[in-house]
Ligand binder design. Structure first.
Ligand SMILES: [Zn+2]
Length: 472
């Protein structure tokens, strides 16, 4: 089997494979190449993954990517490999980094009142990327290396969302010229609105959701008095901006677009995460009892999850049985069903359940994690590794898949492979030093000439990246 090295994995776009870091050429030019943008985004992404704010929930992130790719297909750059991810942050915000990396705060997912509203924010962010707004700001800063460019991209984002924290982030970055760049913001916002609206319309969402959301946010802010949500700092909403959008949509017919079940389940998961288990049980039971607001399928999904957390397995099984009758087949509900089965400690039953579920939903990562974990617990490491390796082809930066794979190799006593997989997990978390340590251990464990040469190549690459980071 062909094994990709870290170097190739880290350069998702074609990039110069030579000694040291990919050659960025003259980055002081006004416009960055798509490859440069991608690499800057990739570097910033490593920092975000290493931070506590990164929300490592495959179901929420998979949902955002499904919704996002539906919108990207209708953008001017459908071929650009976008990555959408969530942040564990209850302030309302979303942001775009060069190269198509789009972050969404949990606070935004909770405040939107429809999927079309969420899509309107994503469409706006996608437009920032396809119009290369941040990239143009970064290029104007005349950075001299990949690492310093990524730092500037990061600092601009920080400056726009939180001016105080920005003071700290701006060390080494010329604050003066950054201010000049920020003045472009208003033009950028209007352009992103206009193009985002086109994306929203082509993707069959309710275009009226865009002005509605902005207006509501603007009203809410007046009451907050000085405590402005991050979204309003990064994307200043002026009355002019809202009026501009309203002019574009007001003649268009109002279309009621139903929210997807996935949208509702993701929100339910986030609502539940804000409460302790007994409170969540009360909350979802009351909601179901009231039979007025919201979606009963999503409410029961929340209830089953809360019962499971509270170790009320029997009741969880009963409610789950009702849920599965009520709902159309859905991978998030199947994942929860598997977790209830595992909690009931009937492993043979659970294994049979996962075999079918994984066939039905081969792309649902949360389901794959749980199945692989159960296989490892049941001493079926070979099957687990096969499953994980297949998934890694599709998700080459998934740290949970690597960690589970490392666990499997440990059971098999394959020490080189174990440390190598663990190194990849750490590298993608942005923890370069821990990754280097694991590769050293892999080298010591010994292996074939071919395996060792891959380890050597990865080691050299990671050391260079760590060194470049140190210089910044
Ligand atoms: Zn914006």
């Amino acid at each position: 089997m062909k094994k990709l090295t870290l170097l190739l994995l880290l350069c998702l776009s074609p990039c110069a494979v030579g000694d040291g870091l990919p050659d960025l050429g003259d980055v002081s030019q006004a416009v960055l190449t798509p490859v440069q943008e991608r690499q800057i985004g990739q570097q910033s992404m490593m920092q975000i993954r290493a931070s506590k704010q990164y929300l490592d929930d495959a179901e929420i992130n998979d949902y955002l990517n499904q919704l996002g790719s539906r919108l990207v297909e209708n953008s001017t750059e459908p071929g650009l490999g976008f990555e959408f991810f969530s942040l564990n942050d209850y302030s309302v915000n979303a942001f775009a980094m060069p190269g198509g990396f789009i972050g969404v705060n949990s606070g935004l997912l909770l405040i939107v009142q429809s999927e079309s509203e969420l899509a309107s924010v994503l469409g706006h962010e996608i437009a920032h990327v396809t119009q290369h707004h941040l990239a143009r700001m970064v290029a104007g800063q005349k950075g001299d290396s990949l690492a310093s460019m990524a730092a500037i991209a990061f600092a601009i984002l920080a400056a726009r969302s939180n001016p105080q924290a920005a003071q700290a982030a701006m060390t080494g970055v010329q604050a003066h010229s950054m201010q000049k760049q920020l003045d472009f913001t208003r033009t950028h916002e209007q352009e992103a609105d206009r193009i985002g609206l086109e994306i929203l319309q082509k993707s069959n969402f309710n275009i009226h959701a865009m002005p509605e959301f902005l207006e509501r946010l603007q009203k809410a802010t007046r009451l907050l008095d000085g405590n402005m949500p991050g979204y309003l700092r990064t994307h200043p909403i002026t009355s002019e901006r809202v009026a501009d959008i309203e002019n574009r949509v007001h003649k268009q017919p109002y279309r009621l677009i139903e929210d997807s079940l996935d949208f509702q389940l993701v929100r339910t998961k986030l609502i539940a995460a804000q409460k302790n288990a007994p409170d969540a049980i009360t909350y979802f039971s009351d909601a179901l009892g009231a039979q007025k607001h919201g979606n009963p399928v999503a409410q029961r999904y929340g209830l089953v999850g809360a019962l499971l957390r509270n170790n009320e397995i029997k009741r969880a099984e009963q409610e789950l049985a009702i849920l599965r009758k009520q709902a159309k087949s859905n991978p998030m509900i199947e994942t929860l069903a598997g977790q209830v089965k595992r909690a009931a400690k009937n492993d043979a039953d659970a294994l049979a359940f996962y075999r079918t579920a994984v066939q039905n939903y081969p792309q649902h990562r949360a389901l794959i994690y749980d199945y692989a974990d159960l296989l490892l617990q049941s001493n079926q490491a070979e099957d687990a590794i096969k499953l994980l390796t297949e998934q890694l082809v599709r998700h080459p930066s998934d740290t949970t898949l690597y960690s589970l794979q490392a666990h499997g190799y440990a059971i098999q006593g394959k020490r080189l492979e174990q440390h190598q997989a663990q190194a990849y997990a750490y590298a993608w978390q942005g923890n370069l030093f821990a990754a280097i340590e694991q590769l050293e251990l892999a080298k010591q464990a010994g292996g074939s000439f071919y395996q060792l040469s891959i380890v050597e190549t990865d080691l050299r690459e990671l050391r260079e990246m760590a060194e470049a980071r140190g210089k910044r």
